[in-house]
Write a new protein. Structure first.
Length: 244
């Protein structure tokens, strides 16, 4: 349902732009797309739609805040708008820690045995057809890196899922090569001006769903015999995720 609403919003966005230009041609409207700060729409609109589709997450909230503040700094000649970005980023991260065990971090993806999810993507889930699983991100650990780097090694440990936030120069490396990986483990990633590297065993399949905004996920894995599947939900705003 959320995915459908998000697609409708994208459609309305482009319809409005097209209607504006059409009005300029047919009815002598004064429609202007390139107003002061127009480029911030490429941050604001995707982040807003991401909130509708996936709910409020660290990445889309930070991205929306950055976009709005940059837009205000372009429209109004007030010097301190851009100076508010870093404090707001820290506030959002702090709030995410407080509400990490609540619905704020609820993951609404449901994976079933017929290779579909409740968002209708084919995820190659090949378990028994009676099997039906739900994975909730609020049940998992969380790691955040801001202007720092972290290495998380799950060697000889059970890996059931994690939430990773890499913000403003942060870097996180998640090493799962020697981990005992639970089939269907879910990784939520927010990469905002930061980067995340994930290293997985060769017998693990990685299924990626992403919201890329001037960033994205690179999946370099090549699975042979698959013993487990990991699901990665990533929001990348001027940041990147590499899976290898």
């Amino acid at each position: 349902m959320r995915n459908r609403v998000g697609n409708m919003l994208w459609g309305l966005f482009f319809i409005l732009i097209g209607t504006g230009f059409l009005g300029n041609v047919l009815w002598d409207w004064d429609f202007e797309l390139f107003f002061d700060g127009w480029w911030t729409l490429f941050i604001i609109v995707p982040c807003s739609i991401s909130i509708v589709q996936r709910g409020p997450r660290v990445a889309n909230l930070i991205g929306l805040s950055i976009g709005v503040l940059l837009l205000l700094s372009e429209i109004y000649d007030v010097y301190y708008w851009e100076d508010l970005i870093i404090p707001i980023v820290f506030i959002i991260i702090g709030v995410s820690f407080i509400f990490r065990n609540s619905r704020f971090y609820k993951d609404d993806y449901t994976y079933t045995a017929d290779s579909t999810s409740n968002h209708k993507e084919n995820i190659n889930f090949t378990k028994d057809k009676e099997e039906h699983r739900q994975y909730r991100s609020y049940e998992r650990n969380q790691a955040t890196a801001v202007l720092s780097s972290r290495v998380i090694d799950y060697s000889n440990q059970l890996f059931e899922g994690i939430v990773l936030n890499s913000v403003i120069g942060g870097s996180i490396t998640l090493d799962l090569r020697n981990a005992e990986i639970k089939n269907g483990a879910n990784i939520d990633i927010a990469a905002v001006l930061g980067g995340v590297d994930i290293v997985v065993p060769s017998d693990v399949e990685v299924v990626v769903q992403q919201v890329p905004i001037l960033g994205g996920v690179t999946n370099k894995t090549h699975s042979g015999v698959i013993t487990a599947t990991i699901y990665v939900n990533a929001s990348c705003i001027l940041g990147g995720v590499t899976i290898k």
